[in-house]
Unconditional design. Structure first.
Length: 503
């Protein structure tokens, strides 16, 4: 962790030293009074050496560790639920360590304590054999709650949040919940036009509360913003959602870059990821925002008559089960389906079709603001890829010269043998052209998505049946889009969807 930028942040160092001193003896407290005078280099070198030693292990040593892990998985990695043997997702308790949080979290650097059996609540059937705690210890509690899906829970010490051990995403019950989530989003499709007409009417309401609710709902629908929950001040990072936007988070431009009524957003969203966007909005939305901002300070709430409770109740009144997340899921899935129709060319080869899929996925990730920092190895991997492209171009140039020469020989000799050579050289050129195109597509794909996280929307917001149908329609192997874990998670969709599926 010494090499990480976290350790240079003042808040991280302050929190760490404060928690560390709580663990010190009086003698240690007298000696260790200043963190900047502490040298952790030897400890860091020791752990780096351990990591390096693991990399240098022989095949036999690695196999032994793999067998030990499989033995643990067999013993602790499964449970019986409704007479089905189901895989458990995270059967190992989180180890102690230093809390990082996301963004500039006010609690970063604090000590995550070791979880003891006395912290653990076990949840199992009344007739099940309760697992034994380690010798000399006991469980905090054993429950028999069949209305929840967690098997184990404990409360972590940093934020006081409850952590769970749950079933694997590929389990039957998780698959059913996934299916229900996308079916709810599909139900929205039937009434979304009515809802949109309603909130447009509400922009003209005599009640300020109704106007604010209508504009917030427009943002949730158009920009896929999260609702935003109320939080304890100073307890978490200063992140906001739609309902908790402040005046300082938006700027209004009657005209900008040749567009009218532009709203400029700039705030930290979930996971402290910056949301920055310039969006042209409808005139009435713009006028309402001017009204909401009148006589307010930058730190005042934009929607001062609205909170997530009020908004969520309104959403439930519009459609049973409707939430801001359902809107995100609906808009993400609809966007993917539309983009795939627009971007997929029937005569493209498989690599080009995969590029089209990733571009459609990218449109969704941008809508949902799923960003990431470019991987540290990005430049190096792009250089390696470019070297492969250059080498392949040379091979192709050589192959084309060989083909030209073979054609010249065939023209002179006019025998079966030289004809055969020409055909062989032609195939070699075609093969190399395909390989080169594949590499160039890969380079384009990597460059376009270096700061976009495609995985979040793929796992959480996109109805997998859209992807499965697209793969079946265009003959793209499903494993080119979903990795093994994703295929297990979406097994229900792979079985269910045919090529004609429409969201």
């Amino acid at each position: 962790m010494l090499d990480h930028e976290y350790t240079t942040k003042e808040i991280f160092r302050k929190n760490f030293f404060k928690d560390w001193r709580k663990e010190m003896t009086n003698e240690e407290k007298n000696i260790i009074t200043n963190l900047s005078k502490c040298d952790f280099t030897q400890m860091s070198q020791y752990f780096k050496a351990q990591t390096e030693a693991r990399k240098q292990m022989s095949k036999e040593e690695k196999l032994k560790i793999k067998e030990e892990n499989e033995k643990l998985l067999k013993e602790y990695g499964f449970c019986i639920m409704d007479n089905h043997r189901e895989r458990i997702a995270n059967f190992k308790i989180e180890p102690p360590g230093l809390f990082r949080g996301r963004g500039n979290h006010p609690k970063m650097g604090m000590l995550k304590r070791r979880i003891m059996p006395e912290d653990i609540i076990i949840n199992c059937s009344k007739d099940a054999k309760v697992p034994s705690p380690p010798t000399g210890h006991k469980w905090k509690e054993v429950r028999h709650d069949n209305k929840v899906t967690w098997l184990v829970s404990w409360t972590e010490n940093i934020q006081g949040s409850i952590k769970y051990i749950m079933l694997n995403p590929s389990s039957r019950i998780k698959g059913e919940k996934d299916w229900q989530k996308y079916e709810t989003a599909r139900r929205l499709k039937k009434c979304v036009d009515k809802i949109r007409n309603q909130y447009r009417e509400d922009w003209k309401s005599k009640e300020m509360k109704v106007r604010q609710r209508a504009v917030a709902l427009y943002f949730i629908d158009k920009l896929a913003l999260r609702a935003g929950n109320e939080k304890e001040e100073g307890e978490t990072a200063d992140t906001v959602g739609c309902c908790s936007l402040r005046v300082e988070h938006i700027n209004l431009h009657p005209e900008l870059d040749g567009q009218e009524y532009v709203v400029e957003f700039d705030f930290l969203g979930k996971d402290s990821i910056r949301y920055y966007n310039k969006v042209p909005v409808e005139k009435r939305v713009f006028k309402n925002l001017q009204l909401f901002m009148e006589n307010k300070q930058p730190e005042d709430d934009l929607f001062d008559r609205l909170n997530t409770g009020i908004l969520n109740k309104h959403l439930q009144d519009l459609m049973e089960g409707l939430t801001a997340k359902v809107f995100r899921t609906y808009n993400a899935s609809i966007t993917l389906q539309q983009q795939l129709k627009e971007l997929t060319a029937p005569d493209e080869n498989i690599p080009a079709k995969i590029l089209s899929y990733n571009r459609a996925n990218r449109a969704v990730a941008i809508l949902c603001n799923h960003q990431r920092a470019p991987p540290k190895t990005f430049e190096k991997s792009m250089m390696n890829l470019q070297s492969k492209i250059d080498a392949k171009k040379e091979q192709l140039a050589d192959a084309r010269r060989d083909l030209k020469s073979a054609k010249a020989d065939a023209k002179v000799l006019k025998d079966a043998k030289t004809k055969k050579v020409v055909e062989s050289k032609k195939k070699a050129v075609q093969r190399l052209e395909e390989q080169l195109m594949k590499l160039e597509v890969q380079a384009t794909d990597r460059e376009e998505n270096k700061q976009i996280a495609l995985g979040t929307s793929k796992l959480n917001y996109l109805d997998p049946r859209i992807t499965v149908a697209w793969c079946k329609k265009w003959g793209v192997p499903i494993e080119k889009i979903y990795n093994k874990t994703q295929r297990e998670k979406f097994a229900w969709a792979i079985d269910m969807a045919d090529e004609d599926y429409e969201f």
